[in-house]
Ligand binder design. Structure first.
Ligand SMILES: [Zn+2]
Length: 161
C-alpha cells in the first residue's frame, strides 16, 4: 500500500471512484485494516480512507492523538468504520480548516454539520452507531466523502473566518 495523491493523474482516477462495500468480514479484512492503520500512522494523518491507499473498499481508519499521559497519547482515540453511512446531521454547521494526506500543503475552510450520527460495521460485521461532534464529526464526514469518490477541495470555501 502507498499513499495516492491528487496531483498524480492515475491516482486521481482512483480518488474519484466510489468504493465498494465490504461483504466478507474475514481475516483478510482484519489484515487490510491493520495495514491501513500502520500506513495512517506512518503518514501522520488523523485518518485515512481506503481509496487513499488504492483500495476499492469502504473502510476508514481514524486515530486522533490524545492529550494526557504518554501511554494514552500514544494509543490515541481509534475508530475503524466499515461501510459507514451518515444517518443524521445537525442543522448547526461550523467552519473548520481541513487538510488531507492526498493534498499535501493544501487546506480549505469548509462548513459542515457540527454533529452527526453514523451507522457502520465493525471488523466482525456487527452494525454499530456512533454519535460524533466537532473534530471527530469533521473527520468522519471528510473520510466518507473520500469513499464516495469526492474530495474536500470541490466544496465551497467558507468566507469570513
Ligand atoms: Zn482526505
Amino acid at each position: 500500500m502507498r499513499l495516492y495523491l491528487w496531483n498524480n493523474l492515475d491516482d486521481r482516477k482512483v480518488l474519484k471512484t466510489k468504493c465498494k462495500p465490504v461483504e466478507k468480514f474475514d481475516d483478510k479484512l482484519k489484515e487490510t485494516v491493520l495495514e491501513m492503520r500502520q500506513r495512517c500512522g506512518e503518514y501522520r494523518g488523523y485518518a485515512i480512507a481506503a481509496n487513499q491507499l488504492g483500495l476499492d473498499t469502504q473502510i476508514i481508519v481514524i486515530k486522533i492523538p490524545q492529550k494526557g499521559s504518554k501511554k494514552k497519547a500514544k494509543k490515541g482515540l481509534r475508530y475503524i468504520l466499515i461501510n459507514p453511512v451518515i444517518v443524521k446531521s445537525s442543522e448547526e454547521v461550523i467552519p473548520w480548516k481541513e487538510s488531507c494526506l492526498s493534498f499535501p500543503q493544501r487546506s480549505r475552510w469548509i462548513d459542515r454539520p457540527k454533529k452527526i450520527e453514523v451507522e457502520y460495521k465493525d471488523e466482525e460485521g456487527k452494525t454499530c452507531i456512533l454519535c460524533a461532534d466537532d473534530l471527530l464529526s469533521r473527520i468522519i464526514q471528510h473520510e466518507i466523502e473520500h469513499l464516495n469518490g469526492e474530495v474536500f477541495i470541490n466544496r465551497p470555501e467558507t468566507k469570513g473566518v
